[in-house]
Design a protein around this ligand. Structure first.
Ligand SMILES: [Zn+2]
Length: 603
């Protein structure tokens, strides 16, 4: 896969703004030493202009004496699990599950048949509860464990996919479980102790059954893999693989859960087969419904740099107005946990936009900015001069010309003056709960504007450095077209226009006519990537960056997996002990000391 292509070509192509394309050394890539505080890894990403951290970072737990027996290790990670549950009680992260039901294709193996999408906000205070951003009558049943409500009438419970953020929220202890040490094993840079966990007989339904990986420094669980047993009547627990990341000192925070069911071996009768990715982010978001809503609405990124003696002309006033609306929406989406803060990835996106602008002699009164929507469904939209593109769409785009295709459609709207959303300059329109964002904001154009933007965008691309590479963009759309019928949820835009109508791709569809045919057996033809292959999201502060992965050779058509859900396998590293907010710069593990946090002790 050509993961690094963008970074290279984006730098080679004429880039007007001299952006340093060197990826910032992420703080998670620096393993901490065990004995001393490592040097601070400065956070090199641009900070958002507004939005101070909403909630102070929790203090790291006090270091405790190293356990000397496996029994002590078990006691320790049981205690740390309770500490994590307590730390997260003040948090309301965003949780997204994207699921593909599978069917067997004789040539390609299991392929998506249809899909489902859930997005909500979890409240981890007392019981795990969630509020959904997308109103779907069949997703409203709450408080169910993990799984289907009825075995024979398959209905997914969104809450079920989040169940394995903890092994067992209430009873993860020796009274309810047997723990058996298996071996030591590295997960990424982190040495782990591996334990098999089985519920004791008669300890109740829905207990965790599986394996946990425990890091050998603070003894936090970093991965859980298994299911729940025994199952209650009329419910079904699926299998899950749950990963945590060390995003703040002393804690490993639930970030990814992969779920999968299905057996396609010959003769198997079971019809249920799916793959699902659950992502959790926005741990540092402010809890919704705070009373200081009004004071949060600020437009402080607007700087009045006009000469002081001048009054605004009607046109200047209307541009100011548009800018206010734009800033309000961007700030509100970020506060709802739907938009990444301005960062490194935006510099790459802006370079591509600049390439189009320069070669088309586009000179706009205000610069075009870009931001990344944190969700999976493939969509783009623009608010004033800000182009917003979803993480899921960036993930599946195979090359820079396809990225240019996606961004240029929105740039065309801006150039053509299809301004939407100036009504959001009225601040009262920003006063809604986070989970009702999709009901209160919308940036869908009428079909005539869509057609005009497509036409303008194709013209602009043909004048651009991407003119000779539009085959790649056309091939991407063709591949999307072959899968569109099965990927309705992935292709349902929640704020912008859909890229397809029914099973037919409509966005920039003229590019498909000149593109080569989709050829599954041509192994070097990569029309689209699997989900999750490009963008790395920090679940604590919502920052995004490009994944730095080595290309893996494709050896058969089944390896291509365009638009598909794949398992997670994050490279685990320990975070540095210096945080980015500057509130808690002490070394978490430097000094062994008795545990003083009584609240983290098991009951
Ligand atoms: Zn459009």
């Amino acid at each position: 896969m050509r993961t690094l292509n963008w970074m290279v070509t984006a730098t080679l192509l004429l880039s007007l703004n001299a952006v340093a394309q060197q990826p910032a050394d992420s703080q998670t890539s620096q393993p901490a030493t065990t004995t001393s505080a490592p040097a601070a890894t400065p956070d090199q990403m641009a900070q958002p202009t507004q939005a101070a951290p909403a909630i102070a970072q929790p203090a790291p737990p006090q270091a405790a004496p190293q356990p000397t027996t496996m029994d002590q290790v078990v006691d320790r990670f049981v205690m740390r699990e309770k500490g994590l549950i307590k730390m997260l009680q003040t948090r309301t992260p965003v949780i997204e599950t994207y699921l593909q039901n599978l069917t067997l294709d004789p040539a390609l193996g299991p392929v998506p048949q249809n899909d489902k999408y859930f997005l909500g906000r979890m409240d981890l205070s007392t019981t795990i509860d969630r509020k959904d951003y997308i109103k779907d009558d069949q997703s409203m049943e709450k408080h169910l464990l993990g799984g289907f409500s009825k075995l024979f009438k398959i209905q997914y419970q969104p809450l079920g996919f989040s169940w394995m953020i903890f092994a067992d929220r209430n009873d993860f202890d020796r009274q309810h479980y047997d723990f058996r040490y298996v071996r030591r094993e590295f997960l990424g840079d982190v040495r782990c102790l591996v334990f098999d966990v089985t519920p004791k007989p008669k300890s109740g339904q829905g207990r965790f059954l599986g394996r946990v990986w425990v890091e050998d420094q603070d003894y936090n669980i970093v991965r859980l893999n298994g299911t729940y047993a025994p199952r209650p009547r009329n419910a079904y627990f699926f299998h899950m693989d749950s990963w945590r990341l060390n995003l703040i000192p002393g804690y490993w925070v639930p970030a990814f859960i992969y779920s999968e069911e299905g057996d396609f071996s010959a003769g198997v009768k079971n019809q249920m087969a799916f793959k699902a990715q659950t992502r959790i982010w926005g741990y540092d978001l402010k809890k919704d419904g705070a009373s200081d809503e009004l004071t949060n609405i600020r437009v402080d990124s607007v700087q009045d740099d006009s000469p002081t003696a001048q009054d605004a002309s009607p046109l200047a006033a209307s541009r100011e107005w548009q800018q206010q609306a734009e800033d309000n929406v961007v700030e509100r989406l970020q506060r709802a946990g739907l938009l990444a803060p301005d960062g490194e990835l935006d510099k790459i996106l802006q370079t591509v936009v600049n390439n189009i602008e320069v070669t088309n002699n586009i000179d706009l009164p205000r610069p075009v900015r870009t931001r990344v929507l944190l969700t999976s469904p493939l969509e783009t939209f623009s608010v004033g001069n800000t182009i917003i593109i979803s993480r899921g769409l960036i993930d599946v785009l195979p090359d820079e010309s396809s990225l240019a295709m996606a961004l240029t459609h929105e740039l065309a709207h801006i150039v053509l003056g299809h301004n939407l959303g100036s009504k959001y300059a009225f601040n009262d329109r920003m006063l809604f709960s986070d989970e009702s964002t999709y009901q209160n904001l919308g940036f869908k154009h009428i079909p005539e504007e869509e057609a005009a933007a497509d036409k303008k965008a194709v013209d602009m691309l043909k004048n651009s450095p991407y003119a000779q590479k539009l085959d790649g963009a056309g091939l991407f759309l063709k591949m999307l077209n072959t899968r569109a019928g099965a990927l309705n949820a992935l292709l349902t835009a929640h704020l912008g226009n859909n890229m397809a109508e029914g099973a037919t791709v409509t966005r920039m569809s003229t590019l498909m006519t000149s593109a080569p045919q989709v050829d599954w057996n041509k192994l070097d033809q990569i029309a689209a990537l699997p989900l999750g292959g490009r963008v790395k999201l920090n679940p604590w502060d919502d920052k995004v960056e490009l994944v730095k992965s080595q290309p893996v050779a494709i050896t058969s058509a089944r390896d291509k997996m365009p638009f598909e859900v794949t398992p997670f396998f994050p490279r685990l590293t320990r975070t540095g002990t210096t945080d980015t907010t500057g509130t808690a710069g002490n070394a978490a593990n430097a000094t062994p000391a008795p545990t003083t946090a009584a609240s983290t002790k098991p009951n």
